[in-house]
Every structure is written in structure tokens, then in C-alpha cells.
Design a protein around this ligand. Sequence first.
Ligand SMILES: Nc1ncnc2c1ncn2[C@@H]1O[C@H](COP(=O)(O)OP(=O)(O)OP(=O)(O)O)[C@@H](O)[C@H]1O
Ligand SMILES: [Mg+2]
Length: 381
Amino acid sequence: MTQNGSIKIGVIGGGQLARMMVPPAIHLGLRISVLAESEGASAERAADVVGDYRDAETVYAFAETVDVITFDHEHVPQSILHELVSRGVAVHPRPDALQYAQDKIVMREKLAELGVPIPDWTAAADETDLQVFLDAHGGRAVVKTARGGYDGKGVRVISDAAEVRDWFTALAEDGNGGSLLVEELVDFVRELSQLVARRPSGETRTWPVVETIQRDGVCAEVLAPAPTDRAEVLEQAAGIGAIVAEGVDVTGVLAVEMFETRDGRVLVNELAMRPHNSGHFSIEGSVTSQFEQHLRAVADLPLGDTSMTAPAAVMVNVLGGPAEGPMPVRYAEALAAHPRAKFHSYDKQPRPGRKVGHVTVTGEQLDAVRAEAVAAAQHFE
Ligand SMILES: Nc1ncnc2c1ncn2[C@@H]1O[C@H](COP(=O)(O)OP(=O)(O)OP(=O)(O)O)[C@@H](O)[C@H]1O
Ligand SMILES: [Mg+2]
């Protein structure tokens, strides 16, 4: 088989997403290298460099050792990304696309410009702005920090502007004139995610729309395909995914998180430009996983088939809990009790609420598959 060993992918960020890019890189014959933020990071196996992604010289030096730069997270500063591009480094997704995943206010502005449906929103510079929005929306709203949020950190449902005074204070101390994103509290029946992969040439592939279930703001389960009986909802979600992927000119994997409202509308919540928790099911559940596809896309190789390998796939996240018992014992128990379940450890230090692994089960019937995946993951609670 012809080797692709001449292409070397550099991933900035050493979390579980980078870690899960390693096996498909090996299978494709691509070389991969990770700039991890610390020793002991999840993707350490591939990390030949440990350093700070906010330090320009560290990133430039790393980029010199690879052919393509891509990401495990969206936090590399725009100034560094633009400098990489001007030095001739291939960066995917490109900085002009990535900006929409870096700042939720910039994202909302772009989504509005693209004409895709989104919740009512405003950028609030102070408590007075926020109060005006609350008054116009029945006294409740969702407030988000524009940057740096993940797993629901940086998201609060409020009924009084003073509930985010600390965030306004922090913005004022920053002195960059930033604002908070304020949104209507959406009455949704389920959350959806559309994953799209896109090559620099524009070739695009999508996976089936999935349902994501959040608990305490953290993704808990993903059901593939989304079990909605409203075909028009799935069509809308897929259509929105296509408009956004092209509209932001993404390269690599894009996740479009959406709400399905009680009255059958689809509203975009947010974008991620990298493999996403809502796509972990694809490792076993799709002919081509999101991790393999991301590598193909950023290396500008032909994309793979995204059909499902079974009628249903369910992924359940394993979170670190307060009572960390003897993990190896429970791990062996879980493997013994659920031989059809696929376990993925991120090799991360467990902390309460921290994602430390996931379990996927595929099969014929969604409810049965889900029950087995949940039971398998429960061994780690
Ligand atoms: N406008 C809204 N109305 C109702 N619920 C919302 C709204 N915005 C967010 N949520 C809930 O909060 C969750 C987290 O919000 P969001 O996706 O914006 O934050 P995040 O921390 O960036 O998420 P992620 O874990 O995907 O990085 C959503 O999945 C949803 O359950
Ligand atoms: Mg989200």
C-alpha cells in the first residue's frame, strides 16, 4: 500500500481529542505529533513537544516540524495563527474560520449574517443592557462568556442581572471592552448535533444528525441517529450544517450544536471546529470516524464514507466522580459484564465532573443499545 508517511500532522492541544486522532493516523500511514500543554496530558503518547500554545515562539517552532497544523481545542490566539499562515504554514481550520468557534459573540454575528435560525440574542456590555434583555424576555435569560467556556462552564441561566456581576467585573478588569452573550432560554425537546467534514477543496461529508443529552451542562449521552420522528427537523438540521460549513469556510470537522424546539424549529446553539464529543460514536458507529475524517480533511486527502455500521449507536461519557474506587477492578468488571461495549479511556486524572472516558455500543435497536451503554458506563460511577 502506498504510504502517506510524507505528511506529518501537528495537533495543538493534548486532550482526548488529540489522543483519539492517533490510532487513525497510524492506520492511514500519516505521521502525527502533538503539542501538549503539560506532561501527563491525555495525548502524551504522541506528544513529542510539551509547551504553551499561547507562546508564539513555542508554536512557530512546533509548526516547523510538521506539514499541517490542526487543533484539539480552539484557544490558540488569532495573532499566532495569522503569523503561521503568513509564514506559509498550512493551518486547518484556517484562522478566519476558527474565529467563529473562538468567540461566541463573533459566532452569533456570523450565524445571523448567514441567515440560519438562532435564539434571540444580544451582546451585553453591562448590567443595564442585560436588564433590558431580561425585561423583554419574561425575566429569564441564558448568559455566556464569549470566550473560553466548555462543558457548561461559562453558561448561566439567570433571572437577575446581578447574577453575572462577577463576569462583568472580570471583563472590566480585562480592559478589552468585551461583552457577555445573552440569549433567550430556549424551550427545547432535544439537542441535536450535525457533524460535517470539509476539505480545503470544498469536498464535504456529513454524518447522520445525532441527539446529545446534557447533564449539568456536560454532554452525558449521544444517540445516533437522533430519535426524532419529525423528518423535517432532520432535514433542517442537515441543511443548516451545510450552510454553516460553507459559510464559515471550515476545513476539518465542524460540529453544529442545535436545539429542536417544541414547535418543530431548529435553532443553532454553537459551533466547534474539531472532532467533537457528539461524534465519538463514529469510532465504531460509522465507516469513517470523525477522527479519521478530520485527519483526511486537514491533510487534503479524499474523505471516507460516513454511513453507519449499524442501525443505532449510543455513546455514554464517563465522568470522574467524588468516590474514586479501585479503577482497575471496576474496569475489569465492566469489560467482563459488557463484552459488546467499546471502552475508551483518556488516561486522565479523575476529578469530579471531568470527562475521563466514554463507552460506545452499536446494534439494531436504539433503546436496547442505549440501555447497554448506560449499564456499561455505570461501572465507573
Ligand atoms: N439559549 C439556551 N437555552 C436553553 N439552554 C441552553 C441555551 N444555551 C445553552 N443551553 C444549555 O447549556 C448547554 C451548554 O451551552 P453551550 O453549548 O453554549 O456551552 P459550552 O460550555 O460551550 O458547551 P460545550 O460543552 O459544548 O463546549 C447546552 O448544551 C444546553 O443544554
Ligand atoms: Mg455546547
